[in-house]
Design a protein around this ligand. Structure first.
Ligand SMILES: Cc1cc2nc3c(=O)[nH]c(=O)nc-3n(C[C@H](O)[C@H](O)[C@H](O)COP(=O)(O)OP(=O)(O)OC[C@H]3O[C@@H](n4cnc5c(N)ncnc54)[C@H](O)[C@@H]3O)c2cc1C
Length: 378
């Protein structure tokens, strides 16, 4: 069996960007996605979603997003962009193909994709994390009478009209879903267990991400120290609103813990106005109520778990050692890994935005795969 140049797994932003860069480097990648269209995950995100990162810093290599999309493109515009990106560069992913395993085969890789077995010189894993929702369990949860859904299946507030909804978790999805519910007249409460960091999406009329990009060569600790007074002024005190503030600044939080701070687009104002309630962590569920860690119980009709994702790639890479941590997360993304010819793109949080990081990682990984192919061909 002759080896293909590269297999790219995933036709989201990371897979498309890497395939485009591989093509630009002269390789002929095959792209697989288990879904039926490019950007499948973005097609199912909640309706009101806009990019939190500005258009100018979120484009994929070789094709900026059109200016008509405005500063923060909508979900639908981003899907349209991914479609036009694939078309422009003639990237033709094979859809409906679930890649089950990637294993070493000689000095290349064997990919079990649907009913096929393909040998490849390089494999790029761009599978994102959307297929790994983290849904914690609490005592009594099975007795709760209403729906308990993960944020990844929340679409809009319509099914919750007239209800009391608890949103568990205050990341970007939790903050925006609580805001969405509140703006639709639904009584929303946030359960927030961990200390938080919140940044304004815009500062002095400019996207905050632009400041992060300007400071990207500063040590995280130094950037945090410089920014702290300005952010405090822009955001206001969080403790009176019921939050605990993380000891680490936003840059350190991303760099050291891979946790992205909340970019506020309006939830804080609603909390300050008493329109969204904030409680501590969840302790247990009753049939019609939730008890918080401080012992207070409140009635709820539905619960949205904005509790993030826990990607675990051990199933995809059953025999490969040295590239995943104990939980199955890539140790290295957007660079060459310990295994020649095996790469991950898009698997790390970045202080300058994940889409921007994906564009950088795609170029780097494609260059490494091209060098490898040249070396193999002599
Ligand atoms: C709600 C939300 C909003 C976000 N907003 C922003 C933002 O504004 N700015 C920003 O920079 N980042 C943002 N991100 C983070 C990140 O940029 C996106 O999650 C982005 O879609 C990641 O791209 P990806 O290609 O790595 O993964 P995905 O978009 O998740 O694509 C992965 C693809 O791989 C396919 N796949 C997975 N496993 C297999 C398999 N075994 N076989 C075949 N196919 C497979 C999936 O079907 C999917 O199509 C956001 C994330 C979320 C959840």
């Amino acid at each position: 069996m002759s080896a293909v140049d590269a297999v790219v797994i995933g036709a989201g932003p990371a897979g498309l960007a890497t395939a485009q860069q591989l093509r630009a480097a002269g390789l002929k990648p095959i792209i697989f996605d288990r879904a039926d269209a490019v950007g499948a995950v973005w097609r199912r995100h909640y309706d009101r979603l806009h990019l939190h990162t500005p258009r100018s810093l979120s484009g994929l290599p070789g094709a900026p997003m059109p200016a008509k999309y405005g500063r923060y493109p909508s979900r639908a515009q981003f899907v349209e962009y991914l479609e036009s990106y694939a078309q422009k560069f003639d990237l033709k992913p094979e859809f409906g193909v679930d890649v089950r395993t990637v294993r070493r085969a000689g000095d290349g890789w064997r990919v079990e994709a649907g009913a096929r077995s393909i040998d490849a010189t390089s494999v790029v894993i761009a599978t994102g994390w959307a297929d790994f929702p983290n849904s914690p369990q609490w005592p009594g949860m099975e007795t709760f009478a209403g729906p308990v859904l993960h944020s990844s299946v929340y679409r809009n507030a319509a099914p919750f009209s007239g209800q009391r909804v608890l949103v568990v978790g205050f990341g970007n999805s939790g903050a925006e879903i609580a805001l969405d519910l509140c703006e639709s007249g639904v009584a929303a409460t946030l359960a927030v267990r961990s200390p938080v960091r919140v940044l304004p999406r815009d500062l002095f009329g400019l996207p905050i991400l632009g400041f992060s990009v300007a400071q990207r060569f500063l040590p995280a600790r130094v950037a945090d120290a410089i920014n702290a007074p300005i952010i405090r002024l822009a955001i206001g005190p969080l403790e009176p609103l019921g939050f605990k503030v993380a000891a680490k600044g936003p840059m350190r939080m991303i760099e050291e813990d891979g946790r992205v701070p909340v970019l506020d687009i309006g939830a804080l104002a609603k909390i300050r106005a008493g329109k969204i309630a904030v409680r501590g962590g969840v302790a247990r569920f009753g049939p019609h109520s939730v008890t918080f860690e401080d012992g207070r119980s409140e009635p709820f009709d539905a619960v949205v778990l904005a509790t993030g994702f826990k990607p675990d790639l051990r199933g995809l890479l059953p025999d490969v050692k040295g590239v995943l941590d104990a939980l199955g997360r890539p140790l290295v993304s957007d660079h060459a890994t310990a295994e020649p010819g095996l790469y991950f793109v898009g698997a790390i949080a970045s202080p300058t935005g994940q889409l921007r990081q994906i564009a950088i990682g795609a170029a780097r990984v494609a260059a490494a795969a091209a060098r490898r192919l040249r070396a193999r061909r002599g």
